[in-house]
Design a protein around this ligand. Structure first.
Ligand SMILES: O=c1ccn([C@H]2C[C@H](O)[C@@H](CO)O2)c(=O)[nH]1
Ligand SMILES: [Zn+2]
Length: 136
């Protein structure tokens, strides 16, 4: 079942994408998430020291987390890709930190190709806080 905010989140991600700071790759990405009734969006932000680049997903999540958000209800990611955009491994792990099994993850592109994912498929076996507990 698709989330009632699905289209609004995709629209917010497309909007955020237009702020992408991408002088090196020229590849714009946008993300938008819903948490506690509020939409937080973000774009990718590159750096002359390439490894310091922050992806759109992490920008949106860190904006939300720094406002006190701890659980993502739904998140949309968009780029101008052939099929739905595929988040990098780092972002998959960061999404996992604030997702649960109900979190809906919309991967889409500018043509409207959209897939609904859940965390178990996005990053099977992702590292969790409980993995630091020897009793588990
Ligand atoms: O899911 C993704 C994949 C890539 N990028 C960014 C990082 C970099 O700025 C550019 C090319 O990798 O796209 C994202 O923001 N999200
Ligand atoms: Zn990423």
């Amino acid at each position: 079942m698709s989330h009632p905010m699905k289209d609004s989140l995709i629209e917010a991600a497309i909007q955020a994408r237009s702020s992408a700071y991408v002088p090196y790759s020229h590849f714009q990405v946008g993300a938008a998430l819903l948490a506690d009734g509020t939409v937080y969006s973000g774009c990718n932000i590159e750096n002359a020291s390439f490894g310091l680049t922050n992806c759109a997903e992490r920008t949106a999540i860190f904006k939300a987390a720094s406002e006190g958000i701890r659980r993502i209800e739904a998140i949309a990611v968009v780029a101008d890709t052939k099929g739905p955009v595929s988040p990098c491994g780092a972002c998959r792990q960061v999404i996992a930190e604030f997702a649960d099994e109900h979190t809906l993850i919309y991967l889409t592109n500018l043509s409207g190709d959209t897939e609904e994912w859940t965390m178990d498929r996005l990053l099977p076996g992702y590292f969790q806080a409980k993995d630091m507990d020897k009793s588990n």
